[in-house]
Design a protein around this ligand. Structure first.
Ligand code: UFG
Length: 320
């Protein structure tokens, strides 16, 4: 298939691009490089440096079978301080992209949604039909797109899927010397920060909240290897059906606490990882674990890589 990947220079996007190329697809990356890296785009993909609001000319050039839309702003704290950026980029930008897709008759869309659309869940594991209640403008912006996709799909007959990622981690080690991983200028995620502490480039890991109602008092999350996430995108592209919008969780169904993740980092690196208790981070639910039944039934997908492999692959990526 001919696929346009927005955000293909970002962390998850670069993995999706590498896997698409590996599977023989024709790939064009659209990325404004606001947070992505041009050298993260696998050789073999064409690259257009542009915003998603300017997708029209790219889609006009050649017929595309699929758009995989990963470009977005994705910092929860920034979204609370600057919601305008999230509404304009994530919602306004996506509506412009959808209009360009419609103008150029692109039949399929795979969209990066998020577990942040659920907010504080009333039950875990979280099924896709749980009532959405995002706790941040980031989550609200992704939910707004999910709702728009349902309407556009019904009216315009396209085939769309919203993949609701839980906590993506790890790196794609494709071949010796060829790997794709996380390189955020502003790092807020647990595993990369814990690896920085293990590497000695950061002194200590703050554990945000040690009094949660969980077994060891720290937050529990459903961690997912980025290579499994990439695989789910390829399956979703084949599974989508015209006039159908599906919301599908990408998770493992297993939860690990912050302290368990730190233990995994110690195991994988053989290094000390000093930690200290810190206040809770606003908007962090105690437990987020995905119900995985729909992904299994509709994509035939389940993650095959566990927490230790995620941490080991991320460590291999950062230590080069
Ligand atoms: N954490 C720490 N110390 C840190 C960083 C994180 O204790 O230095 C904790 C967090 O409080 C949380 C867990 O580690 O309990 C995981 O935090 P991350 O920031 O790695 O991931 P989040 O669960 O906050 O974020 C993920 C996605 C977001 C999405 C969110 C939905 O990365 O895009 O889930 O809740 F919005």
């Amino acid at each position: 298939m001919r696929v346009l990947v927005t955000g293909g220079a970002g962390y998850i996007g670069s993995v999706v691009v590498a896997l698409l190329l590996d599977a023989g697809h024709d790939v064009t990356v659209l990325d404004d490089l606001a947070t992505g890296h041009e050298d993260a785009i696998a050789p073999g993909a064409q690259f257009v440096k542009a915003s998603i609001t300017d997708a029209g000319p790219v889609l006009a050039e050649r017929p595309y079978d699929t758009v995989m839309h990963l470009a977005a702003k994705s910092l929860v704290a920034e979204s609370v301080e600057h919601p305008d950026r999230y509404w304009h980029n994530n919602v306004g930008g996506t509506l412009a992209l959808l209009d360009a897709m419609r103008a150029h008759s692109v039949p399929r869309l795979v969209f990066s949604s998020t577990a942040a659309t659920y907010g504080e869940p009333s039950a875990v594991p979280i099924p896709e039909d749980a009532p959405p209640a995002p706790a941040s403008p980031y989550g609200t912006s992704k939910l707004a797109v999910d709702l728009a996709l349902a309407d556009y799909t019904r009216a315009y007959g396209v085939a769309t899927v919203s993949l609701r990622y839980f906590n993506v981690a790890g790196a794609l080690l494709l071949r010796p010397g060829v790997s794709y991983g996380e390189r955020h200028a502003v790092e807020t995620h647990l595993i990369p920060i814990a690896l920085q502490v293990a590497a000695g480039t950061r002194d200590v890991l703050d554990i945000y909240g040690t009094d949660y109602p969980t077994a060891d008092g720290t937050c529990v999350r459903d961690y997912l290897h980025v290579a499994d996430v990439g695989d789910a995108h390829l399956r979703a592209m084949s599974a989508v059906r015209p006039r159908t919008h599906r919301v599908i969780n990408l998770g493992s169904g297993a939860g690990y606490s912050v302290r368990q993740v730190v233990e995994a980092v110690r195991r994988a690196t053989g290094r000390e990882v000093p930690v200290r208790p810190a206040p809770r981070r606003p908007g962090d639910p105690a437990v987020l674990v995905a119900s995985t039944a729909r992904a299994a039934a509709e994509l035939g997908w389940e993650p095959v890589r566990g927490l230790d492999e995620m941490v080991a692959d991320a460590w291999a990526f950062v230590t080069g």
